[in-house]
Structures are given as C-alpha cells and as structure tokens.
Design a protein around this ligand. Structure first.
Ligand SMILES: [Zn+2]
Length: 251
C-alpha cells in the first residue's frame, strides 16, 4: 500500500532501493527481505499445508475459510486444525515428562534473550558430543543448530524427510549439564527419526529446557542473535506453534 503523504520523489527512491536489492547476491537480498527494517528477522516457517512438513503420523493441517469476503461474504472468518507440533513450535516439558510443565507454564526467560546459531555441515546427521566439540557453544545461553534442513530448504517443503539432522542424547546431556536455557533446531524434531527411546527430549525437557523445533533458518547465517520465540499460550497442552524472531548481536 502506498502512503498518500509520500511524494513522487520518495516513491522513486523506494523503487530504486527495491531494484538495488533485486540485483544483490542471493544471500544478501533474502536476508534483507526477511528483516523489517529494525533488524528483526523472521525465523518462523509459515504455516501452510502446501509448504509445511508434517511429521510422519502427526495430525494433518487443515485451514478453512468459514466466510470469505472475496466470495461475497460480509466478513472473512477462518478455522484451523493442526497438530500442536506444526511448523515452528516449542516443546514444553509435558511432551515427554510426566507431570512436566505445559506450554502455558513455560517461563518467558528461556524464550527471550541471547542465542547462538551454530552451523552444522550438510554431511552431519547426528549432532553428537564429538560434533558439538567442534563448535564454540559453551558461552552461549541458548543454542540453535542450523543444519542440512536449512541448506536443503526442508522447512519450506511439505515433504517429510526422515533423514533430518538430530541432537544425539550425549550432546543433549552436555547442553543440559552446561545450563543452556533453550535448544533449537531447524527441522520439526530434535530427536533421531525412529529412535528407540526419546532420550534427547527426556534429557532436555527433564531439566526444564524448552526445545524449539522447525525454525526457518535458510536465510539466516550462523552467529549471535537476540531471540524472541513465543508460543501460543494453550492451557494444559504439551506444545504449541511459535513466532520466532532474531536480531543480529555484536559478540
Ligand atoms: Zn515438538
């Protein structure tokens, strides 16, 4: 929408700015496009059945318009039906800990503050203790892994991939023992697909560490950020979709 107070001259300036961004290298233009001008970058996968992967066996996503002004109704009104672990979302302790806190009782503190995004090479599927030792994570309050999922665009594809990178139980133990406040991954689970027991979830959630899964990091490079990752406040449930935003931070 064009604001009426903007003169023709500033409109041309805006158009030139857009043209410059369009010519910039891919990574730069996408990063610029993701920011709102204040430095905040959206790290949330859009919930859309056409582009959001659904974990094998999880509830399908259904988005309906009950009323639609584009079709002559007096208003537009929707209904959603989706699994609690759809798209970018947070696992509360209740997910794998009996009597663990539900999502509405997870404190805000782990969800807001400095976070470090760590690049995991495409060749690595198991983020285990040995892999963790290759990265500078120990001074980080919140640790987010950017993996093959981001490199392959998997959070923007409705196809569910089973060979996503996961946090192995020994790495989860190191993160939990170090007092990390939040752990994040860029696919819809932090646990190995088909793992015989959910040890990674149990280790982190057992220490009250929320897990954010399904972050959209394709256009967001590794580094230090301020993070705000807030789930929907659904009373008494074990997880909820979240909005995640990041802002680059001087280390
Ligand atoms: Zn989950």
């Amino acid at each position: 929408m064009t604001h009426p107070a903007i003169s023709w001259r500033s409109r041309i300036t805006v158009l030139v700015g857009v043209a410059v961004f369009a010519c910039a290298p891919q990574s730069q233009s996408t990063t610029v496009a993701a920011s709102d001008g204040t430095g905040w970058i959206d790290a949330t996968a859009t919930l859309d059945p056409a582009t959001t992967p659904v974990y094998a066996g999880d509830a399908p996503m259904k988005f309906d318009f009950l009323k639609d002004m584009r079709k002559g109704d007096a208003l537009t009104l929707s209904a959603y039906s989706l699994g609690a672990h759809s798209g970018t979302h947070i696992d509360a302790p209740m997910h794998f800990v009996r009597d663990g806190a539900p999502i509405d009782r997870v404190p805000l503190e782990p969800l807001i503050g400095p976070a470090r995004i760590i690049d995991i090479p495409d060749s690595v599927q198991s983020i285990n203790a040995a892999e963790l030792a290759r990265h500078d994570w120990k001074s980080a309050e919140r640790v987010i892994f950017r993996t093959r999922s981001s490199l392959r665009g998997w959070m923007h594809s409705a196809i569910f991939h089973r060979d996503f990178a996961y946090i192995a139980p020994d790495a989860a133990q190191l993160l939990a023992d170090a007092g990390v406040k939040l752990v994040g991954v860029d696919y819809i689970s932090a646990e190995q697909f088909g793992a015989s027991a959910p040890l990674t979830h149990r280790t982190l959630l057992g220490k009250g560490i929320p897990i954010v899964e399904g972050l959209a990091l394709a256009d967001i490079p590794a580094g230090d950020y301020d993070a705000i990752i807030l789930p929907m406040k659904v009373g008494g449930h074990e997880g909820a979709p979240a909005r995640a935003v990041l802002r680059k931070r001087a280390r």
